[in-house]
Design a protein around this ligand. Structure first.
Ligand code: COA
Length: 327
C-alpha cells in the first residue's frame, strides 16, 4: 500500500484543513492533538470553545492552536445560510429553515467545506452514516460525470511473510440496492481509489454464481454490470459474475473459470448490494484480521468521510490523513 508516509508527503507539499463535526469527542480531540503537532493538516473543531477546551483538558490532550468554530457564534453564519438557501432553492428551503439546519454540526461542517473554509470533512464519531453523508449529498453533490456517490473500504493485512496485503471493497456503505449501471460506476470509482493505495486493480464483480453456474435476478445484474463496466473502463481488468472463492483462489479459479484473467487473483471486489458488502467487509475485518479504512466516499465534489461510531483515535487520525490527501 502507498503507506501513510506517502499520503503525508502529498499533504506536506500542499497542507490542508480538515473539519471535524464532533469537536468535543475525546477520540477527535486526541487525533487533533496529534495533527496539531504536524505541519501538514490543520484540524478545525466544531463546538463551543469552552466545551471543546474542557473536553480536551478532561481527556488530557493539548489542542492549543486548534481552530474552534461555534455555529452559535460564527461571523459568517448569515452568509452560510444564504448560500444554503441558494443551494437548496429547488426544495423551497426558507431562511428560517436554513438557520435551523446550518446550526447542526453535520450541516455546519459540510457548509464550511462548501464555502472553502475547510478542504475536507470527517464526521461520524457519534453521527450515523446517513446523518454524516446526507448533508454532503445535498450540498456538495456528485461530481460532474458521475451519477452517484458510492464508497469503498481499503482493507490492509500484514501477512505471515511480512508482506502487506491490500484490497479494495465497494460499495459496502452507501447504495442499498445499486442497479447494473450503478455497479459499473462503483467498479470504476473503486478501482481509481484502489490505485491511490498502490493496488493494480483486478476487479471481481461478486455473486453466488460463477460465469453462469447459478441463475437469478442478481446473477443477471452482476453479469450486466460486468459488461457495462468493461465498456466504460476498457483499460481495467474486470470479470464477473464471480463467486468469492473463484475470485481469490487460483485452485478454484482453475476449475470454475480457467480462462479468466481476474479469477484467482482479484484484489478489488464489487458486491451486488449493501447487505453483501457490509457483511463481507466486516467478516474480513473481524475474522480475517484485516484493518478496514473507510468508508471512503467516492464521486463527491469534495472529500468528506464517515467514521465508524466504534472508531478509536488512531482510526480518526488515519482517516483524517486519507480524507485530506484525497483533496
Ligand atoms: C446514503 C443515504 C443516507 C441517503 O439516504 P437519504 O438521505 O434517505 O436519501 P434521500 O433519498 O432522501 O436523498 C437525499 C439527497 O441525497 C441524494 N442522494 C441519495 N443517495 C445518493 C447517492 N447514492 N448518490 C448521490 N446522491 C444521492 C438525493 O438525490 C437527495 O438529493 P436532493 O435532496 O438534492 O434531492 C442512504 O442511501 C442510506 O441510508 N444508505 C445506507 C447507509 C448505511 O446505513 N450504511 C451502513 C453503515 S456504514
Amino acid at each position: 500500500m502507498a503507506g501513510f508516509g506517502a499520503l503525508i508527503e502529498i499533504l506536506k507539499k500542499d497542507p490542508k484543513k480538515i473539519v471535524f463535526t464532533e469537536g468535543t469527542d475525546p477520540r477527535i480531540i486526541e487525533a487533533s492533538s496529534r495533527l496539531l503537532g504536524s505541519d501538514f493538516l490543520q484540524p478545525i473543531l466544531i463546538g463551543k470553545e469552552e466545551e471543546v477546551k474542557a473536553a480536551a483538558e478532561e481527556a488530557g490532550f493539548n489542542i492549543r492552536g486548534a481552530v474552534i468554530i461555534d455555529p452559535d457564534n460564527y461571523d459568517r453564519f448569515d452568509e452560510m445560510c444564504e448560500l444554503f438557501c441558494e443551494l437548496r432553492k429547488s426544495k423551497g428551503v426558507t431562511m428560517e429553515q436554513a438557520q435551523f439546519t446550518c446550526k447542526q454540526a453535520n450541516y455546519f461542517g459540510t457548509m464550511l467545506v462548501k464555502m472553502g473554509v475547510a478542504d475536507a470533512l470527517l464526521g461520524g464519531a457519534t453521527y450515523s452514516t446517513a446523518d454524516t453523508v446526507r448533508p454532503a449529498l445535498q450540498v456538495i453533490k456528485t461530481k460532474p460525470g458521475n451519477s452517484i456517490v458510492s464508497s469503498c473500504f481499503i482493507m490492509v493485512r500484514n501477512s505471515a511473510t511480512g508482506a502487506r496485503e491490500v484490497l479494495a471493497m465497494g460499495d459496502c456503505a452507501i447504495n442499498i440496492k445499486p442497479s447494473a449501471e450503478e455497479l459499473a460506476e462503483i467498479a470504476g470509482e473503486t478501482a481509481e481509489c484502489a490505485k491511490i493505495f498502490g493496488i493494480d486493480p483486478k476487479i471481481a464483480m461478486l455473486s453466488y454464481s460463477t460465469l453462469g453456474s447459478g441463475k437469478g435476478e442478481d446473477v443477471d445484474k452482476m453479469r450486466e454490470a460486468t459488461k457495462l463496466a468493461r465498456v466504460k473502463y476498457p483499460n481495467i481488468d474486470i470479470d464477473g459474475e464471480l463467486q468469492f472463492d473463484a475470485a481469490v483462489s487460483p485452485r478454484v479459479a482453475k476449475t470454475k473459470c480457467p480462462d479468466s484473467s481476474v479469477a484467482g487473483h482479484a484484489n478489488t471486489f464489487i458486491f451486488p448490494d449493501i447487505n453483501a458488502g457490509n457483511i463481507g467487509y466486516k467478516i474480513a475485518q473481524r475474522l480475517g484480521n484485516f484493518e478496514a479504512y473507510g468508508p471512503i466516499l467516492l464521486g463527491l465534489n469534495a472529500p468528506i468521510n464517515d467514521l465508524s461510531r466504534g472508531c478509536n483515535a488512531q482510526e480518526v487520525y488515519s482517516m483524517a490523513i486519507i480524507t485530506a490527501a484525497l483533496a
